[in-house]
Design a binder for this molecule. Structure first.
Ligand code: CP
Length: 304
């Protein structure tokens, strides 16, 4: 069974095929009739053991646009609260003849674990601090729309890199596509292993902004930190927030991205997030076409 467990495990050619297939689906979902019958006989379960707005809605919409039958499961309100295990939960859902599973879980490795124990295509919708592959794919799609090529493009990821699955998937994806990747944040939120991945590290926002063409800004993942070893949110906003005056002091226009949810006034000011140099809502729009492409290809359909 093919799965999408992380960007680390797929090739540059796989990524390019997904982006090209998403081009076709973006055209389809902008037609007056947005649905295609491609996954008419496929049943997909969206299993969300962790909160989500964008990813959950985007997968559901992608599945409906492909005419799949869709089951939505959230652990809140389910029998997980009565002590049922992950494997029992998933096997019970699969016994109702489910073909594909989209899973989000706070424990890294959950999608990989499921892929070894159940007979369905698994799509990782975010697992702990490990990976969020469809976010990286939609981010790459949005960058490609703006710049056409990744070759030599400078992308800097700002914020809480240590606890971010979006950062890791983006690093793998952008490097495979030929972009140069940097990160910028407080030293306590930058993991040491990035040196081995060939990622440039900045500790000063102004220097990072001067270097990059694209700034992908992340929030502080307070829910993943046992110890609050970060600056206060006020200090973070002051030293690491992306402010309008900072951007206006540059001799170029940096493209601003954010995977959401935004903590306005902390990592990103509203007059930046809502400005014409931000492509944040384009990222969300592109997520549906990219997820349609992933599901379409995993279901065994030939490249479009
Ligand atoms: N970008 C992202 O994963 O957002 P959600 O947590 O709302 O799904």
């Amino acid at each position: 069974q093919p799965h999408l467990l992380g960007i680390k495990y797929i090739t540059k050619e796989d990524i390019e095929l997904i982006l090209q297939t998403a081009d076709n689906f973006k055209e389809v979902i902008n037609r007056p009739i947005k649905k295609v019958p491609t996954l008419r006989d496929v049943t997909i379960a969206n299993l969300f053991f962790e909160n989500s707005t964008r990813t959950k809605i985007s997968f559901e919409l992608a599945e409906k646009r492909l005419s799949a039958d869709v089951l939505n499961f959230s652990s809140g309100g389910s029998s997980v609260k009565k002590g049922e295990s992950l494997l029992d939960t998933v096997n019970n859902i699969l016994s109702m003849k489910v073909d594909m599973v989209v899973v989000r879980h706070s424990i890294a490795g959950t999608p990989s674990f499921l892929s070894q124990h159940i007979d369905a295509n698994i799509v990782n919708a975010g697992d702990g601090t490990h990976e969020h592959p469809t976010q990286a794919l939609l981010d790459a799609y949005s960058i490609r729309e703006k710049f056409n090529s990744f070759q030599g493009l400078h992308v800097c990821i700002f914020g809480d890199i240590a606890h971010s699955r979006v950062a890791l998937s983006n690093i793998f994806c952008l490097q495979k596509l030929g972009a140069k990747v940097a990160v910028c944040g407080p030293p306590t939120l930058i993991p040491k292993f990035l040196d081995d991945l060939g990622v440039k590290v900045f500790y000063r926002v102004k220097e990072a902004l001067e270097w990059c063409d694209v700034a992908n800004v992340l929030r502080i993942q307070l829910e993943r930190q046992d110890v609050k070893y970060i600056p206060s949110l006020r200090e973070y906003a002051l030293y690491y927030g992306i402010h309008r005056e900072l951007l206006d002091s540059l001799k170029k226009e940096v493209v601003i991205m954010h995977p959401g949810p935004i903590n306005r006034g902390v990592e990103l000011d509203s007059d930046v997030a809502d400005s014409s140099q931000s492509i944040i809502l384009e990222q969300v729009e592109n997520g549906v076409a990219v997820r349609m492409a992933v599901l379409y290809l995993l279901a065994g359909n030939s490249p479009m």
